[in-house]
Design a protein around this ligand. Structure first.
Ligand SMILES: C/C(=C\CNc1ncnc2c1ncn2[C@@H]1O[C@H](COP(=O)(O)O)[C@@H](O)[C@H]1O)CO
Length: 262
C-alpha cells in the first residue's frame, strides 16, 4: 500500500492488536487492515497450512450445518467401480430402498457404482438420499440420485460426517476406499470412540476371505480380540442387513449419533 512502507519508527509508538501490545521498534510499519486491503500482495499464503486450517474448519462447519438435522441415517459404502449389471449393484439399490422404508436417510460417498446404487434405492423409495462427495484428481461428481450433497476437499473431514451422522454402516463389496471406511469404524468401535454401532458386511462370498483371515491369523496372533469381530455381521440379504441396524437402534435409540467420544 503506497506510503506505508515509508513509515518512520517513533520510539513512543504503541499498537494493540487483540491481546498483543507492541511498542517502539516492535510496532510493524502497517496495520492489519492495511495489509488485508493491499491488493498488490503475493497470493502464496493461499497454499500455506494456516490458510488450509481455515478451509478444513469450513468443511466441518458446512458438513455439520448440512447434516445436523438429517435424522436417523445409515452410511452405505461399496466400490466406485460396481457396474449396474453386477449383483452387488442390485443389493445396493435394495439396501437403499429398505433403509428409506425403515425411516433412515442413506449416506454414501456420492460417487458412482455401489454408492449410486444405494442413493438410487433411497431416492426412488422417497427417502433422504445423501452424498458426501470428495474432490479427486479425476472428475466424477455426485451421482444423479443424491438429493442432499456436500462436496469435500479432505477425506478426513468427510469421514467424520459418515460416522457422526449415521447409526451404523452397511458395507457392500469394495476396494481400498471401502476397506478404509470399514476399518475406521471398527477401530473407532474397538477404542470405544463409538458405541452401539452395527457394521454389516453385505456379500458373503466377497467378505468371507477377509473375515476368515481376521478370525484366524489376526485373532491367533492376538492383534485383535474376539469382541472386535463380534460386532461385524455378514449376510447376503439386504433385508437382514437393514434389520440389524433397525434392531440396534431399537435397543439403543441413542446409538450412533451422540455416542461418539470426544
Ligand atoms: C474410481 C472412480 C470414481 C471415484 N469416485 C469416488 N467418488 C466418491 N467416493 C469415492 C470415490 N472413489 C472412492 N470413494 C470412496 O471410497 C469408497 C469406494 O472406494 P473403492 O476403492 O472403490 O472401494 C466409497 O465408499 C467412497 O466413500 C471411477 O471408477
Amino acid at each position: 500500500m503506497a506510503g506505508v512502507s515509508d513509515h518512520e519508527q517513533d520510539p513512543h509508538d504503541e499498537r494493540r492488536t487483540g491481546p498483543v501490545l507492541r511498542r517502539g521498534h516492535m510496532v510493524p510499519p502497517t496495520t492489519t487492515d492495511q495489509r488485508l486491503l493491499d491488493s498488490d500482495q503475493e497470493a502464496d499464503w493461499l497454499h500455506t497450512d494456516p490458510w488450509r486450517v481455515l478451509r478444513i474448519q469450513a468443511e466441518f462447519v458446512e458438513g455439520f450445518g448440512a447434516l445436523a438435522e438429517l435424522g436417523p441415517a445409515v452410511s452405505v459404502f461399496g466400490s466406485a467401480r460396481t457396474r449396474p449389471d453386477d449383483p452387488a449393484y442390485g443389493m445396493g439399490v435394495e439396501v437403499g430402498r429398505l433403509l428409506a422404508e425403515a425411516g433412515f436417510a442413506v449416506i454414501t460417498g456420492g460417487g458412482p457404482g455401489a454408492m449410486e446404487a444405494a442413493n438410487l434405492g433411497a431416492q426412488r423409495a422417497g427417502g433422504r438420499s445423501v452424498g458426501l462427495g470428495i474432490e479427486l484428481p479425476f472428475e466424477s461428481g455426485l451421482n444423479r440420485y443424491v438429493e442432499l450433497g456436500v462436496n469435500f476437499r479432505y477425506f478426513f473431514a468427510r469421514k467424520t460426517m459418515f460416522v457422526k451422522y449415521a447409526q451404523g454402516y452397511i458395507v457392500l463389496p469394495g476396494g481400498f476406499g471401502t476397506l478404509d471406511e470399514l476399518f475406521e469404524a471398527l477401530t473407532l468401535a474397538q477404542t470405544r470412540k463409538i458405541t452401539s454401532f452395527p457394521v454389516v458386511l453385505l456379500g458373503v462370498d466377497y467378505w468371507s476371505g477377509l473375515l476368515d483371515w481376521l478370525g484366524s491369523t489376526a485373532l491367533e496372533r492376538g492383534t485383535i480380540s474376539p469382541a472386535d469381530l463380534e460386532r461385524v455381521q455378514l449376510t447376503d440379504d439386504p433385508a437382514e442387513a437393514v434389520a440389524v441396524v433397525v434392531a440396534s437402534r431399537s435397543e439403543d435409540p441413542t446409538a450412533g449419533r451422540g455416542s461418539i467420544g470426544a
